[in-house]
Design a protein. Structure first.
Length: 115
């Protein structure tokens, strides 16, 4: 297993509050639809219609997932007329999603050729 250098390691030992919040964020990322939505938002702002097309889920389900992400503080919203536009709150989340997908890429690449 290849580990990245510790250059990006957390600078101090996290406390209980950091572990609890990090676990909450990772639990939200543990849902395939929410992870797909966050990945789509890493390319830029989007509305529910665009995000529904990106993840292939039903519009009501996408709206519910976006509401959970918004309540958790992971995405922000702004109004454009009657349309609500969603965006990632910060670059840390973008990197977290990218790293999760990089781990998946590595795991898929490590599969034996004869399953």
């Amino acid at each position: 297993m290849h580990l990245s250098p510790a250059d990006d390691a957390h600078p101090r030992t996290p406390g209980e509050e950091q572990f609890a919040l990090a676990a909450e964020v990772l639990a939200l990322l543990g849902d395939r639809t929410r992870l797909t939505l966050l990945h789509a938002l890493s390319a830029g702002e989007a509305d529910v219609t665009t995000l529904t097309g990106a993840c292939g889920a039903a519009r009501p389900a996408v709206s519910q997932h976006l509401a959970r992400l918004r309540l958790a503080g992971l995405v922000s919203t702004r109004k454009e007329g009657r349309r609500v536009v969603y965006a990632l709150r910060d670059g840390h989340l973008r990197r977290l999603v990218d790293e999760a997908l990089n781990v998946a890429d590595h795991r898929l690449g490590d599969r034996p050729l004869h399953d």
